[in-house]
Design a protein around this ligand. Structure first.
Ligand SMILES: [Zn+2]
Length: 456
């Protein structure tokens, strides 16, 4: 994706760490539209430790320390431990069935679609903006192919689709997980909305309850082997993001790939993912009563930063996206990194002549994030590249780096911090705080200052 076209994606999940190259598609919602006063200072205050970690208020020290503590302090810590054990950091929300529907575009413009139905399903003609099913519907089970306005079974029998717009729904929904349908190579829960476009081509949209959708998403954004509280943080961020993405006036809300949140249907579900989604059912991040755009990224390298420092479409910073210091993401492989020998002359988009005379980097006042890079070419002309765009142009992991031009005027060496844009929640930091005993809500309030975690 071009680095000049931010996609509608809040995060750059840790799960992307298997990719060979840094992702350049991670950007944000245009028109985040949050209101609120701007904080003058930015980062959160807190006790600074030499190692950069901020202790949890209720965290206890190493076991050996207990010998040296006085009785009142022991009692206080015992009370703290009691509170930690007895409090419910993630209240259970309303029962299933009240969730908003999320509509994900699975296929656009396909001439044919294979369909594999487990159990009994019905295919209805659908009417109105809510895709209300009409009549009794066709009873279906097994494998079919949709092509040219017809539904064909493996024995070659075919029948016309009941309408231009059709809804495929389970014949009945009982207890337990909803039945799944197979489309192309994946399986999905919820219903399937089929629309015949021009030339008999098909659009397929999966309409699924928000909580079921999240179960198919969070394992792609964060490793399911991580701490419960970190996974709850991810679930609440993903839910907040999805809610901001709902577009009632359109035919669908989101894509199924990295343009939105990566959604692979039932394949991506896991008992642990479902449990973490269930433990946070309905919870979202709000500021002044509005759900926020919960940007997140893999690793910040120590400080998260105001959204306006990174995204040129964010004109005014709001308290939840001002950034925070003292992050605990040291366990990330990309907490610090180096990239040497980058041949700038081979990169697209460099408009000044080689050999370059200078490569200068101007930083923002906190965290080492780059405000802009100025290249001075052979004839003295200059080119300015905004920090976030410089990251993708130079193929670096984060817009947080130093750089030096070699004497050949073509090659540069970079040293940097973090992976991702550095705005909002830092995933490795969330895991770091979770390991120190922080609850999901505390972690979220650290990364998104002045917010509350509430039911949708
Ligand atoms: Zn971090």
């Amino acid at each position: 994706m071009s680095d000049t076209q931010p996609a509608g994606r809040p995060g750059e999940g840790v799960s992307a760490s298997t990719a060979a190259a840094p992702r350049t598609d991670a950007a944000a919602l245009p028109g985040g539209g949050l209101s609120g006063e701007t904080l003058p200072g930015g980062g959160l205050s807190g006790t600074e430790l030499p190692g950069g970690a901020r202790p949890h208020p209720l965290a206890s020290g190493p076991a050996d320390d207990w010998r040296y503590l006085g009785l009142p302090l022991v009692l206080l810590l015992a009370l703290g431990a009691y509170l930690l054990l007895t409090r419910d950091p993630a209240p259970i929300g309303p029962p299933p069935g009240d969730d908003p529907l999320v509509r994900i575009l699975l296929v656009e413009g396909a001439p044919a679609l294979p369909l594999d139905l487990e159990g009994d399903w019905r295919l209805f003609a659908a009417a109105g903006p809510q895709w209300t099913p009409q009549g009794e519907g066709l009873r279906l089970s097994g494998k079919f192919e949709l092509r040219g306005g017809k539904l064909t079974s493996p024995d070659g029998k075919s029948q016309p689709l009941p309408g231009e717009r059709c809804l495929l729904a389970p014949a009945e929904r009982g207890q337990g997980p909803a039945p799944a349908f197979g489309l192309l190579t994946r399986r999905y829960r919820g219903t399937l909305r089929l629309q015949q476009l021009a030339d008999g081509r098909l659009r397929a949209v999966n309409a699924i309850e928000l909580e079921d959708y999240l179960s198919g998403v969070i394992g792609h954004e964060m490793p399911l082997s991580w701490s419960d509280e970190a996974l709850k943080v991810q679930a609440i961020c993903a839910r907040s993001y999805a809610v901001r993405e709902l577009k009632p006036a359109r035919e669908y809300d989101m894509e199924r790939d990295a343009r939105s949140q990566v959604y692979k249907g039932v394949m991506a579900e896991d008992a642990r993912a479902r449990a973490m989604v269930e433990a946070t059912r309905g919870l979202v991040i709000k500021h002044q009563g509005e759900v926020i755009t919960a940007y997140f990224h893999s690793t910040c390298g120590g400080d998260t930063v105001p959204a306006s420092w990174i995204f040129d479409w964010v004109k005014q910073d709001t308290p939840p996206l001002m950034g925070a210091s003292d992050c605990t993401c040291q366990a990330s492989k990309y907490y610090r990194w180096e990239k040497e020998g980058v041949d700038l002359s081979a990169l697209r988009g460099i408009t000044v002549a080689f050999p370059l005379q200078k490569l200068e980097i101007e930083h923002w006042p906190r965290g080492g994030y780059v405000k802009r890079v100025v290249l001075t070419g052979k004839e003295g002309k200059t080119q300015e590249i905004q920090g976030y765009r410089a990251r993708s142009r130079f193929g670096l992991r984060a817009p947080c780096f130093e750089g030096a031009l070699r004497p050949d005027g073509k090659t540069a060496d970079f040293k940097g911090k973090g992976w991702g844009h550095g705005v909002g929640m830092c995933q490795f930091g969330a895991e770091g705080f979770a390991k120190q005993g922080w609850a999901a809500e505390e972690i979220l309030r650290h990364f998104y200052p002045q917010t509350t975690i509430e039911q949708l």
